[in-house]
Write a protein that binds this ligand. Structure first.
Ligand code: PMP
Ligand code: GLN
Length: 379
């Protein structure tokens, strides 16, 4: 049959995790934490199941959870969002992104994606009949090139996808980037922003997370996407949410209603309770910063060059002092011969790249990070 997504294969995360398992390698490829989630959160799910909260939740999400999300947003971004009309609980950020693109991008409309980009944006754009237009981030520090972005936007452009803190690089938006983004919206009255902020709490070195919700002008034109999987170390739960103005939310919910309808009920009850205590999410940037520092310090004796990571749980290393192989070949050899799995950064590009970079996930215990760093120091 004619494929709707001819260029899509198995994701690099699955490929590398499988290769890691086959070769008994340390798996720093696919991004997921190695440590357990909060006992209290587990207890809350269990208790809610026992209480009989086991049937369908309301389509947009449990009202109590949306209320807590609104309060969290008020605390973090000093803004009021309406939980009934502007917040939708989704099956992870992935479903939020998919439903948003399906609902808002029409046949032939262009969507600008900044590369390297997380892998789920472009297939969704293609399924919606949209046309992805990729713009490379600055290859040295992964900051946006606003001039190139401006040059790529035409009257056909419906949406710009941004991601801060950025997977795979750990780059974060600066106040200057926010200024540029606002200017772009002023110049392009029909443009929408899809802002992937799943790592909003995983940000380092006392930098603030500059999300779209903190700015009224941006919030009016944006769909912001978040993930409890990242925030509570529970990537397997697949629960997230999106925040968008009422008129956009109405359209996005039409897709969510038939793509998913509603999300795991006992987990939503548990999250509503767990969110009441902000210490459950406020300390996680610090916790991950220690892991980043531990990993990076142990690489001081290696030939790999560290590209600074200011957020997420990913660290990019440049290996051009070590090998001239392509990143796909080198990642494969590192897994099979040295027992350490990573992600080749070229997997996040549509355009051809040869930048000799691998992404390592440091959401792991010290012992794992130490073993991984020891391997890298021996190469
Ligand atoms: N966006 C980015 C940048 C991500 O890294 C991820 C998860 N790796 C997602 C979206 C998807 O999040 P979820 O697992 O909640 O669907
Ligand atoms: N977001 C995870 C990463 O970047 C992977 C999620 C997935 O396997 N689809 O590694």
């Amino acid at each position: 049959i004619a494929s709707k997504l001819p260029s899509v294969g198995t994701t690099i995360f699955t490929v590398m995790s499988q290769m890691a398992a086959e070769h008994n390698a340390i798996n720093l490829s696919q991004g997921f934490p190695e440590f357990p989630i909060s006992e209290e959160l587990i207890e809350l799910v269990y208790r809610n199941m026992q209480m009989g909260h086991n049937q369908y939740a309301p389509m947009p999400g449990l009202p109590a959870l949306r209320e807590e999300i609104a309060q969290k947003i008020a605390k973090l971004y000093q803004t009021e969002v309406n939980p009934d009309e502007e917040i939708t609980v989704t099956a992870g950020a992935t479903e939020a992104i998919f439903s948003t693109i399906m609902a808002l991008v029409n046949e032939g409309e262009e969507v600008v994606v900044l590369e390297p980009a997380y892998d789920c944006y472009i297939p969704a754009i293609e399924l919606a009949g949209g046309v992805p237009k990729t713009v490379a981030l600055n290859p040295k520090d992964f900051t946006p090139d606003w001039e190139k972005i401006r040059d790529t936007i035409t009257e056909k452009t419906r949406m710009l996808v941004i991601n801060t803190p950025h997977n795979p690089s750990g780059a974060v938006f600066s106040p200057e980037d926010i200024k540029e983004l606002k200017a772009l919206l002023e110049q392009n009255p029909n443009l929408l922003i899809l802002s992937d902020e799943v790592y909003e709490h995983i940000i380092f070195d006392d930098k603030p997370h500059l999300g779209v919700l903190a700015d009224q002008e941006l919030a009016k034109r944006s769909i912001a996407v978040y993930s409890f999987g990242k925030t509570f170390h529970a990537t397997g739960w697949k629960i997230g949410y999106l925040v968008a103005p009422t008129s956009l939310t109405k359209e996005i919910r039409k897709v969510h209603q038939y793509n998913c309808f509603s999300v795991n009920t006992p987990a939503q009850f548990a999250l509503a309770e767990f969110l009441k205590d902000e210490s459950n999410y406020q300390g996680i940037g610090e916790m991950y910063q220690k892991k980043r520092d531990y990993f990076v310090e142990r690489l001081a004796a290696s030939k790999f060059k560290v590209i600074p990571s200011y957020g997420t749980y990913f660290q990019i290393l440049n290996y051009d002092n070590v090998s001239q192989e392509s990143d796909v070949q080198f990642a494969e050899r590192l897994t099979k011969e040295y027992g350490l799995a990573s992600i080749p950064v070229s997997a996040f590009y549509q355009q051809k790249t040869d930048n000799k970079m691998l992404r390592f996930c440091f959401a792991k215990g010290e012992e794992t990070l130490e073993k991984a760093a020891d391997i890298l120091c021996k190469i």
